[in-house]
Design a protein around this ligand. Sequence first.
Ligand code: GTQ
Ligand code: FE2
Length: 312
Amino acid sequence: MITMKTLEELYVAIEHLNMEGGWHRRQPSLWPEPKANFLSAHWRYAEVKPILEAAGHLVDHHLAERRNLTLTNPLQGNWYSTVRTLVAAYQSIKPGENALSHRHTPNALRIILEGHGTYTVVNGMRVEMRPGDVLLTPSWHWHSHEAIGPDECFWVDVLDVPLVHLLEPMFFEHHPERCEPVKENVASSPLAFRWENSVHRLDAQTESPANGTAEREIELGSPAMKTIAVHVQRMSAGFDSTLHKTTANAVFTVLSGSGTSRIGDHEFKWSKGDVLAVPSWQPYQHHVMEDAHLVRVSDEPVMRAFDFLYGR
Ligand code: GTQ
Ligand code: FE2
């Protein structure tokens, strides 16, 4: 029987057994409200597009299965995530190219910025991706992309990979046939939210979202996928959204228009194709300069499922 006469001896004994006294922590484990660890951030499409175009000459699809550029939050020590649970990336594909078929446990979606004549094949269904469309690749669905032309196509991917990293259930595999055979060409699909349909629904909306985070807002799906919600927002020139903060982590993509957003301590001036990171509990507010459409991608379904959704 060891005898511990002093507190110091007690702590040594506790540490020796890989334990820590709840009253004696190096770091607090509970705190009064979210710390907003991740940083607000902004990526400008005008700066990214020339890089994707250059990559189009230097990095062909033999070197890269996907020509994608991950948007890494500038938080010290972070090497991948855009916000805590989500990663966003720009991706491009040129006429004649093929992005090989694979599947993974992370959920993914694409927001098309520019280019006609590109198709995605999801579980054998081939569907065209057009500007303003949002296409879903839920967990463990085979997916490949192919550009027929005439255009090089550019889009924004958002995936819940960082959430999967946190929880650990990562599985990934290539399709045995490299390119999944097309079973059927489809004009519409529950996994394809068309721009015309979003516009139609926004036009038809009579009341604005009660909390004033946007002038008009619709949800794609309910939610789009188990872990990711997608909302399309419309705001006209001169509109100011109310200052808001929520526990949900979000990535905004600008489909049209321009404006400025204050997110945390930073102000960002955005225009078409830009991406904004709005991490959990960072207060944010939009000021619109030219009539705008934004796509808000968030982990709201995760927060809601666990009763962790506060604010909005
Ligand atoms: O297009 O399948 O940006 O699997 C990251 C991972 C895109 C995709 C990304 C992916 C994809
Ligand atoms: Fe993928």
